[in-house]
Design a protein around this ligand. Sequence first.
Ligand code: GTP
Length: 209
Amino acid sequence: MSKNEYTLKYILLGDSKVGKTSLLSIFTNNKMPDRELPTIGVDFGIKQLDLNGKLVKNQVWDSAGRDQFRESAASYCKGVVGIILVYDITNLESFQNLQKWLDIVKNESSIVCKILVGNKNDLEKDRKVTFEQGKKFAKKNGMKFLETSAKENTNVNEIFLTMMKEIIVMKEIIEPKPKLNFLGLNYVIFAGICLILAITFVIYFNFHK
Ligand code: GTP
């Protein structure tokens, strides 16, 4: 894989029926899911995007939100760099349960970025969680924040663009290109070249003494 290619693994977490599968389907297929069946275990989708000349393969895991699957979601979080934590703005309980989802992933060291998503903001008249409440929870937990509507395809791509940008910046900080260099060469390579030249020099002078 070239340095301009990245595979980023994310997981969608949150209560049942908040719209995780719908967000994934909009992102990968540009349409709502054909069937309305609850996710069992885990599912996933892939979408490649170009970000400033870098090819980013986004691998998005969709976990089941039902209680019996909550603990098993942790096992799908291995190697995940981004968490997309979703609640439904018309369902207060899904907002109150956010901390339980965060507790599940708190020991995952691979996580670089977390984003909180308040979905179904097309249902303004049924809203139970204000934008400010969402923003405050996100800030308190060091997360980005967006409200979305999978149904109306509002802000869905922004979730992934926000994550991609943040993760790539972080990855380049965590895995910096070698800084030690001389005339554009890494010091180790430079030292190797010097050593070869020195040996050649010694051999040459021994022959011509
Ligand atoms: P589990 O698989 O049980 O964890 O559920 P989920 O979080 O994947 O939810 P899913 O995507 O299956 O959506 C649940 C219901 O909410 C479906 O009837 C969707 O059509 C509906 N829904 C999803 N997103 C939106 C949205 O943005 N607005 C509205 N009005 N309905 C939505």
